[in-house]
Ligand binder design. Structure first.
Ligand code: MN3
Length: 264
């Protein structure tokens, strides 16, 4: 996804865009073209650096996505998230989203080439949105956590901390808002801290399933999975307890890096 910029440093922006892998898949990450050519294009050009192709598991030689390995051991987040939950969640659930994403892309390619059933284009488009978002969400989820005391927990620092205070009042008010929104997701879904990059404003969003109710153009920064598969073995119906535990393993350095990349 190449975008022309209307800025005086367009060559630099184009170079950055070509070096980085633009995602263009999840709605949350795919709206850059909307503002390409406008004065704020630079905000979107930098958005891709929240993740790169390798960290998203893109295999250019096969043309398929793969599940990236966890950046820590399966038991590293215990007792907040137990080893069995991590194994099932990463190896089975996340793998399922990647399989569904690759299957949707293959079926849409077949339709384009006249080998598929064009009557199913709505089905495969929905599959792409659901599984593609599931892959992006989980990839950001794993790397957005770290073992408590080894990068996990504590507080954001620097520019992110300042922006949280500007937009939410205090960190505690943000945390209460974030946990309440995630706890109140109806059914399966996610809680997100995201950046609306045009105004440079942080927002908290509820996402249902893997993709519904996000806000077009926002850059996701911190997501918590509130599907029951994420916590039920340990917490059963106590989603709020799981969210309290999650806050003790947030990798704020990584979230701060994402914020810096998204707002550069
Ligand atoms: Mn999940």
């Amino acid at each position: 996804m190449q975008a022309k910029t209307g800025t005086t440093n367009g060559n630099e922006a184009d170079r950055v865009m070509s070096r980085r892998s633009a995602l263009g898949m999840a709605g949350a990450l795919g709206a850059g073209a909307l503002l390409a050519g406008h004065s704020r294009a630079s905000a979107f050009a930098s958005r891709a650096s929240v993740m790169d192709a390798a960290s998203l598991g893109w295999n250019a030689s096969t043309g398929e996505y793969e599940v990236p390995p966890l950046p820590y051991g399966y038991d590293a987040l215990a007792p907040h998230i137990d080893e069995q939950t991590m194994r099932i969640h990463h190896d089975k659930h996340h793998q399922g989203y990647v399989n569904g994403l690759n299957r949707a892309l293959a079926n849409l390619r077949d339709i384009r080439e006249g080998k598929g059933d064009i009557a199913l284009i709505k089905h495969w488009s929905r599959e792409l949105s659901f599984h593609g978002s599931g892959h992006v969400n989980h990839t950001m989820f794993w790397t957005g956590m770290a073992p408590e005391g080894e990068g996990g927990g504590g507080y954001p620092e620097g520019a992110l901390a300042e922006r949280i205070e500007r937009d939410f009042g205090t960190f505690e008010q943000f945390a209460a808002h974030f946990k309440a929104a995630a706890k109140a997701v109806e059914g399966s879904g996610w809680g997100w801290l995201a950046l609306e990059p045009v105004a440079g404003k942080l927002v908290v969003l509820q996402e249902e399933k893997q993709q519904d109710m996000m806000m077009t153009g926002v850059v996701p920064l911190l997501g918590v999975d509130v599907w029951e598969h994420a916590y039920y073995l340990n917490y059963q119906n106590r989603r709020g307890d799981y969210l309290d535990a999650f806050m003790r393993i947030v990798n704020w350095a990584e979230i701060g890096r994402r914020y810096a990349a998204a707002s550069a």
